[in-house]
Ligand binder design. Structure first.
Ligand code: AMP
Ligand code: MG
Length: 271
């Protein structure tokens, strides 16, 4: 059994990102092809669990993905959620806030996209941008962003109290891996559209981002809304580890199909 707790930031821990090797395959000493076979099995399991989530209609599931640019958020969504029923799964991508969004508090646009009963929502970026890019690029003063860890803990607790299961994942790549992936966006014509020259300004502040990530992880990993740091240089490991985290979390909900309507055995469908 793959032990996902090895990837979890325990409440009270002080995670140090430079001590987690993005190249590693924590909890896995098998080969790549074995991991890929396992991911396929997990994917089948995930499809069944998501069907159950939808059918039962009681739980709400929120998966938060955060990473540096080219960290693999889009690829994770494509691979891990491959084949799940799109009727019950939504992806919410958070970009630079619009004028309307900026005219509200930073959680306004976030709350509006949280999952309803029976739904799974994946956040591709999230409210954590408001303590990451906002902090590193000086988009708000420290007096403003430093209060947000508290808000975020409370906001997430509100969601949990009202029936949401929250899982937060940081895809952890290193600076060399980012360089390779950004370079590929320049070199491969079908990837050119993904290249954002603005990403280079963020890359320059790599260490500041790591510091901001560490604070976010340490301040907001709670029992009910835990963070996982997934080494993500190797995509096959990343896909397997995240599939495991999702499957084990959904398994833990002990969901059941709703009871059948009465008299189902004796009901005859008329010609
Ligand atoms: P992408 O996910 O590659 O499409 O890029 C989205 C961009 O929006 C990234 O550069 C993010 O840092 C930026 N972004 C997301 N949320 C915020 C926010 N709350 N404030 C400022 N920039 C943000
Ligand atoms: Mg981008």
């Amino acid at each position: 059994m793959f032990d996902i707790s090895k990837l979890q930031v325990k409440p009270g821990d002080k995670v140090k990102l430079n001590r987690i090797d993005p190249q590693e395959t924590i909890g896995w000493d098998g080969e790549r092809d074995e991991a890929e076979a396992r991911t396929l099995q997990l994917n089948t399991r995930l499809e069944a669990l998501q069907e159950l989530l939808y059918a039962e209609g009681k739980h709400r599931v929120l998966l938060v993905l955060q990473a540096m640019d080219a960290g693999g958020k889009d690829g994770t969504i494509r691979h891990v959620l491959d084949g799940v029923n799109p009727a019950g799964v939504k992806v919410a991508s958070f970009k630079k806030p619009s004028a309307l969004e900026l005219a509200h508090d930073y959680l306004w646009r976030i709350h509006a996209r949280t999952p309803a009963n029976g739904e799974m929502v994946v956040f591709n970026r999230s409210h954590y941008e408001d303590v990451l890019v906002v902090r590193v690029m000086d988009l708000a003063p420290k007096a403003v962003w430093s209060k947000r860890y508290d808000h975020i803990r409370n906001f997430e607790q509100l969601l949990v109290d009202e029936g949401t299961t929250i899982v937060k994942i940081m895809l952890h790549i290193d600076k060399d891996e980012q360089k390779e992936r950004l370079q590929a966006r320049l070199d491969e014509p079908e990837k050119n559209w993904k290249f954002d020259p603005g990403d280079l300004a963020h890359r320059e502040r790599w260490q500041d981002y790591m510091d901001a990530f560490e604070d976010a992880l340490n301040e907001t990993s709670t029992k009910n809304a835990p963070w996982y740091v997934v080494p993500a240089n190797r995509k096959w490991y990343r896909n397997m580890a995240i599939s495991e985290i999702l499957v084990q979390t959904l398994d833990g909900l002990n969901m059941e199909f709703p009871p059948a309507p009465p008299n189902i055995a004796s009901t005859i469908i008329p010609d």
